[in-house]
Design a binder for this molecule. Structure first.
Ligand code: BJW
Length: 235
């Protein structure tokens, strides 16, 4: 086994072939919405109805006909069959990695299928629209639920664990992410400092391209499965 501990960072590109919009590509979400309006706590305070509608619509789409693609399935296969440790850290709020079978998974930017209560600070599974009169299942308060997602200016989830895993990994993969949002964009440098080999698998060269040792450019559904087979086949 060439590598004992693999950390894989995924971004919106891995879910693109499943029909979920990315953020910064042509036709992506940030061409249709201002991120200041829908992905910041200030935007939510200014206009909660607009933000809830944005996430209610994405939650609805996620539950209607969206399926994991070959990229998600290959990463789940790697976790199931690789003799070393495989940790998946996703920036995505969709559940396609889970549905493909990944278990050792961190959602650093949260989970679209959870609501978070601003009063008791508890997440709850939530598959319906969040409305002005929605009630927190944990504390019973009305009208204080928001999507359990991480907006700009907020701390991503499980950062201590992620930083520890990056410091201990010997292979770091980044799949389908533009490398424009921190702290995720800095993970490649942390992994390199730990001595890990670093590989970017992306449609095109990302902002962080030059920080990686190796590149596989193409659609995730096309480049991830053969790369996983290489790892599984390596002596
Ligand atoms: C394909 C493909 C296919 C297409 N196959 N590939 C100045 C300098 C540095 C940092 C900052 C700064 N000013 C402010 C900051 C911090 C800020 C930040 O990074 N801002 C930048 C704009 C500069 N970050 C934060 O505020 C974060 N918190 C934070 O920093 O806390 C403090 C802290 C300090 C120290 C340690 C730790 C923390 C929070 C960031 C929250 C981001 N939230 C969002 C929304 C989540 C909820 C939602 O989904 O709505 O997260 S924004 C959005 O961007 C979403 C994504 O997860 C994130 C990253 O996007 P991603 O996944 O890379 O998507 P795209 O669209 O950008 O790229 C897709 C890629 O796929 C492209 O490259 C395509 O080519 C490729 N692709 N099809 C393979 N088929």
């Amino acid at each position: 086994m060439k590598h004992e501990r693999i950390v894989i960072l995924t971004g919106a590109g891995i879910s693109a072939e499943s029909g979920i919009s990315t953020f910064r590509d042509q036709g992506g979400l940030w061409e249709q919405y201002r991120l200041e309006d829908v992905a910041t706590p200030e935007g939510f305070r200014r206009n909660p109805d607009t933000v809830q509608a944005f996430y209610n619509e994405r939650r609805r789409q996620l539950q209607e006909g969206v399926e994991p693609n070959a990229g998600h399935k290959a990463l789940a296969r790697l976790e199931q069959h690789y003799p070393g440790q495989v940790l998946l850290v996703t920036q995505n709020v969709d559940d396609l990695h889970e549905r493909a079978g990944s278990c050792n998974l961190i959602h650093m930017h949260g989970d679209l299928l959870q609501a978070w209560c601003e009063v008791c600070h508890q997440p709850s599974d939530w598959h319906e629209p969040i409305e002005a009169d929605s009630v927190c299942p944990a504390c019973g308060t009305t009208g204080r639920l928001r999507p359990n997602v991480v907006w700009f200016g907020e701390m991503p989830q499980q950062m201590e664990r992620i930083q520890g895993e990056l410091a201990a990994c010997d292979l770091f993969l980044a799949v389908g992410t533009s490398g424009q949002v921190y702290p995720a964009a800095g993970f490649v440098e942390l992994a390199r400092s730990a001595g890990a080999h670093t590989v970017e698998l992306n449609l095109e060269a990302s902002e962080m391209n030059s920080a990686f040792d190796e590149h596989r450019h193409g659609r995730a559904g096309e480049v991830v499965p053969p790369y996983v087979e290489e790892l599984l086949g390596a002596p």
